[in-house]
Design a binder for this molecule. Structure first.
Ligand code: C2E
Ligand code: MG
Ligand code: MG
Ligand code: MG
Length: 285
């Protein structure tokens, strides 16, 4: 602002103001995130995951939402990166983990054996207390470790430090499932899949979106499903938006699917209802 007063600095001032507007949103988001945890402004929505052989809802992905007092429902895409920059993703992510475990244990108590998938951030995966945090969330909720799944992305495994490898080994030893999210979009070094004992590959939505109209996407999807099966992994498709895509995935013997066509992310009760009323696919159809 001091410099902006000088003659001929209009352009500078323009950029400074534009930058400030963005910085103000960023800073208010950052301090807002701090308060949001204390004031319970976060909630978790759940999106059903459907077994493509039986049609049964077998689990759900936990997706964080921020119910901001002035901005309304803020999607994770606009605050997770800021939470990651500031390190706040660790307490926020731990809260999601605890909440998701509590919910899955509640489903179990209500007679539904549904798994819950929780997205992890790189910062969480690198921490030496991750195993303790996961153990605590399971102990507090009483959830069977087999019903918890942690989602990682390929990029988080590029810097597979000793700490990351040790964390994953110990998490796997507990019986917790590990999946690779957005598979196919990251750095394609496949060596970690065998080495790190991953359980599931979630084929990225970008391939599923045009599966029925784009030959390349169809061939990539088919190849990933085959690769998953030959490695004894479960293939999961994300972003299924129509019946044709669902049918194509069944033809390709994809194991599990998730997407707006099968159910949008929503309150836990919606998943519970879907799990109780799911109409099985006609076998062989
Ligand atoms: P993701 O883990 O890949 O989650 C899937 C995203 O795709 C979700 O967006 C979901 O609502 C959306 N989606 C599901 N089905 C469809 C579909 O059929 N069509 C379309 N167009 N979209 C679909 P959402 O909830 O906005 O989350 C975005 C991303 O934010 C997530 O991507 C994940 O990377 C991150 N995220 C969400 N919750 C958490 C969390 O608790 N911790 C961390 N670290 N990241 C999270
Ligand atoms: Mg995910
Ligand atoms: Mg994904
Ligand atoms: Mg993603």
């Amino acid at each position: 602002l001091h410099h902006a007063k000088a003659a001929g600095r209009d352009t500078h001032r323009f950029y400074a103001e534009a930058m400030n507007a963005e910085a103000v949103v960023h800073l208010s988001t950052r301090s807002g995130l701090r308060r949001a945890l204390e004031r319970n402004e976060f909630l978790v929505h759940y999106q059903p995951q459907v077994n493509l052989e039986s049609g049964a809802v077998t689990g759900a992905e936990a997706l964080i939402r921020w119910n901001h007092p002035e901005r309304g429902m803020v999607p994770p895409g606009s605050f997770i990166p800021i939470a990651e920059d500031s390190g706040l993703i660790v307490p926020i992510g731990n809260w999601v983990l605890a909440e998701a475990c509590r919910q899955a244990a509640q489903w179990r108590a209500a007679g539904l054996s549904l798994s819950v998938a929780v997205n992890l951030s790189a910062l969480q995966l690198q921490r030496s207390d991750l195993v303790r945090t996961v153990t605590q969330a399971l102990a507090d909720s009483g959830l069977d470790p087999l019903l918890l799944e942690l989602e990682l992305t390929e990029s988080m495994l590029i810097q597979n430090t000793d700490q990351v490898i040790d964390n994953l080994r110990r998490i796997k030893a507990m019986g917790v499932q590990v999946s690779i999210d957005d598979f196919g979009t990251g750095y394609s070094n496949l060596s970690y899949i065998g080495r790190l004992a991953v359980d599931k590959l979630k084929i990225d939505r970008s391939f599923i979106a045009d599966l029925t109209s784009n030959h390349d996407s169809a061939r990539i999807t088919a190849a990933v499903i085959q690769m998953a099966h030959s490695l004894n992994l479960t293939a999961v498709a994300e972003g299924v938006e129509d019946a044709g895509t669902l049918e194509a995935l069944r033809q390709l013997r994809c194991d599990v699917a998730q997407g707006y066509f099968l159910g949008r992310p929503g309150p836990a009760e919606a998943v519970e209802r879907a799990a109780r009323t799911a109409i099985p696919f006609t076998v062989g159809a």
